[in-house]
Design a binder for this molecule. Sequence first.
Ligand code: MTE
Ligand code: MO
Length: 381
Amino acid sequence: MQTNRRQIFAALLAAAAARQVIGADGTAIPGKRPMILHNDRPEDLETPVKYFDNWVTPVDAFFVRQHIPRPAAIDAAAYRLNITGLVSKPLQVKLADLEKLPQHTLPATLECTGNGRAFYTPKLPGIQWGRGAVGNAEWSGPRLGDVLKLAGVDTAARFLEIDGADTPVMQTPDFVRSMPMEKALHPATLLALKMNGQSPDIHGFPARLIVPGWDGTSWVKWVVRLTPVAKESGGFFMNPGYRYPKYNLPPGTPARSAELEVIEGMPVKSTLTAPEDQSNAVLGAIAIRGFAWAGENAVERVEVSTDGGARWQNAQLSAQKLPFAWRLFTLNWTPQEPGYYTIMSRATDTAGRVQPIVPPWNPSGYLWNGIDRVGVTVEKV
Ligand SMILES: Nc1nc2c(c(=O)[nH]1)N[C@H]1C(S)=C(S)[C@@H](COP(=O)(O)O)O[C@H]1N2
Ligand SMILES: [Mo]
């Protein structure tokens, strides 16, 4: 016991020196800076907001959500992607075949459906994600439509079922998802082989889906099977998992299954990254920063308030106004007096959707997009 403790302590120190995440058993999670650890096996890692200074979130700072243990290391040469179901000819595609197809690069924001669950009242079970189950990366690979064309999709296929190499354990069933064929064949939907020009690594090596504008649940990692089907797939992660009320429910109430539907697009949302919540600042110029995103739309405007929402002013936005990807915002603020300030941010998208003060309640704590807020104490030195 004593030795074991000492070994774990040594591993902790070594991992801290190497800027890695460590699980409760002292094992390092490869390739990650210190993250907010929700679970270590399988890994659920949240990005601390202080890492969010760039438009592109580095792979070593990107959040991780795994429902079941990630597969044992996949050998690139042995990897096969099975295309089965409603196709002209079932195929086994090699990684080299995917690399031969035209490659496209798309910046897109990936957000876990449960990001912000911790902010719902009443409290909900499930991972208490705060602000950091989201990231923006540049994804490269063939169009999913070009991959499917290799096998030829039947006209009877209305949905695409996707399975990853991770397999069920004990009570947790396999992570299998489906999406309407229209979204699967959309030219922006990719089977990414690269993330920020690197291997996707723990984010689904060698191939993971990019479903721009849709919540993370559809972005299947470690893809090993694509199956065009006639009907939406069943399975735990389609039903009852990842469903959202068709109309708003009173806070704290459950939903009947007939009142729920599959989550597809994401709402408009902004997140403040500076100043840090509950921090102190010196009276003078203070930079307010953050990022905003809007599912399949682009961000049109971000307003910031420094007085608890009484007055709002437009923040400055990064130049690129793209669908699917977030925009950074900044506002230079010079408070005139010391004291405690509540800073808030509110995004509006190109479709006119505005971030609400109170997001609709839902029994699973999905899609939190309430106006963000941080508190800062400004002191005269
Ligand atoms: N094969 C597989 N794909 C998956 C998951 C999973 O558990 N297994 N989790 C999904 C969920 S809910 C999210 S939010 C994203 C997270 O992607 P990341 O770990 O690359 O951040 O992957 C999705 N794809
Ligand atoms: Mo998720």
